[in-house]
Design a protein around this ligand. Sequence first.
Ligand code: PLV
Length: 324
Amino acid sequence: MASPEGFYINTPLLESINMSKRLGTNVYLKMESSQPSGSFKIRGIGHLCQKMAGSGSKGVVCASGGNAGMATAYVARKLNIPATIIVPSSTPELIKEKLKDQGATVRVVGKVWDDANEAALYLTQTDGLTFVPPFDHPLLWQGHASVVREIKASLPSKPGGVVLSVGGGGLLCGIVEGMKQVGWDSVPIICMETKGADCFNAAIKAGKIVTLPDITSEAKCLGAKTVCSQAFEYSKEGNMNIISELVNDQQALQAVEMFLDEERVLVELACGAALAAVYCGVIQRLQDEGQLPAPLSGPLVMIVCGGSSINQAELRHLRKVLNR
Ligand code: PLV
């Protein structure tokens, strides 16, 4: 079903029999992998572009690990304005081709997303392009919040937990905003990152925002070196219940493979990090440790954030580099 803004779609909320069996609680999958740009990013980026990049815009520029770029390129094509997407060298060829197919100009700058972002900011000054941030902007969070309103409209009862991946923290901020809007403030949010792309977890451990020296995880779309400050602020709010957990790349890959087998959908490693919360026993451990109630107070909702940087060849490549 098309959204009122016309860019994102109302995605299915599917009950996962396999995950429910594993967890002993009903598990629902919010299938953001079905969005036209391949991930949830289109919700926030569509909203931001509509507010900031009208028909008079000279074009948009976005630095991205891939998926924010895909959303920007898609929306720009619909708005009939040019898009420049700057990606780091770690972004697979596959997504660069997809970006070009959306009509975007693609440039490769630097090794990680933070390097590409500096170049994007520079272009806003020299070429007058509208800057589209991938995760750190209130308009993005407002747009992402729509996912919670959709979940509320079709979930039979208040969730016992929501699981998501954290890169720069934009999805988390949007989910928190949405949960506040629908009165789900107290529902635990389990935030998943991979080791080596763990800027949110590192900030929580340090008690302050920190910048990682490098991104060593293969989940490049989680690879922001510094989490946005709003995400960190939410983690400190007493009435929220935000839990940060890590898995390694092998576990995230195992989750991608299990999801493909069981649910017949191929997602990126960035999304596998969230799925690993169930497949690799993170939720069960949190229950054993008393951090989550056993049983959960309601169904568990997994945000299947998706991602376009994956196909059979990329999956084989990941298996090889991660020795699986
Ligand atoms: N990816 C961003 C940031 O990369 C990007 O440029 O595409 N799941 C998927 C599939 C993603 O692509 C991302 C972010 C996330 C989860 C995490 O979302 P965030 O950044 O809002 O926490 C460096």
